[in-house]
Design a protein around this ligand. Structure first.
Ligand SMILES: [Zn+2]
Length: 181
């Protein structure tokens, strides 16, 4: 496992393993490149579907594909790619940025030695219940969802709690109303 001067893989309180800063890192530093197999969009969709099914059975939401451009994606699941151990956080200190087809993990803020390097997985909210988040930050909404959809998910979760109190007959009425819309 070739980690570099900025980071190393270690066990994480968020999920199994994670990537950690081995020194103080300044904002905007390109910390590590996310590398993997270059695959076509077609192959990428096929793998994503396959994993989604697996993830539903095992409870793990592991997708390692990054978009490179309109034609190609990168699958970093196998091989020497320490960046794949990075966990999601609702308050990430890093982000993944595409520099002319190279995916780099970049510091969003100054990071202290020993801190876990985390970023927004950018998952769509569609199956958010399948992807619980254990990042433990003050901003955590409990699920892995990309930042611009978190408000919507928060609202949905609030609604869900209220509905728990309804009787069965009332639930049915609710469904009918929904259909008419
Ligand atoms: Zn979280």
């Amino acid at each position: 496992m070739s980690t570099n001067k900025f980071c190393t893989v270690d066990s994480s309180s968020i999920h199994q393993s994670g990537l950690f800063a081995t020194c103080d890192i300044k904002e905007e530093t390109q910390i590590i490149q996310y590398v993997g197999e270059k695959i076509s969009k077609e192959e990428s969709s096929r793998r994503a579907l396959e994993w989604e099914e697996k993830a539903r059975k095992t409870g793990e939401g592991l997708v390692y594909i990054f978009e490179v451009d309109d034609e190609w994606d990168i699958d970093g699941r196998e091989g020497d790619n320490p960046a794949r151990y990075m966990n999601h956080s609702c308050d990430g200190n890093c982000e993944a940025i595409n520099f002319d087809g190279e995916i780099w993990i970049v510091a969003r803020k100054d990071i202290k030695k020993g801190e876990e390097l985390v970023y927004d997985y950018g998952y769509d909210m569609e199956h958010f219940l399948d992807h619980p988040c254990l990042c433990g930050t003050d901003d955590c909404i409990g699920y892995i969802v990309r930042e611009d959809q978190r408000k919507k998910v928060k609202k949905l979760l609030r609604g869900k709690k209220k509905k728990k109190g309804l009787k069965k007959s009332e639930k049915k009425k609710d469904k009918k109303k929904d259909k008419k819309k």
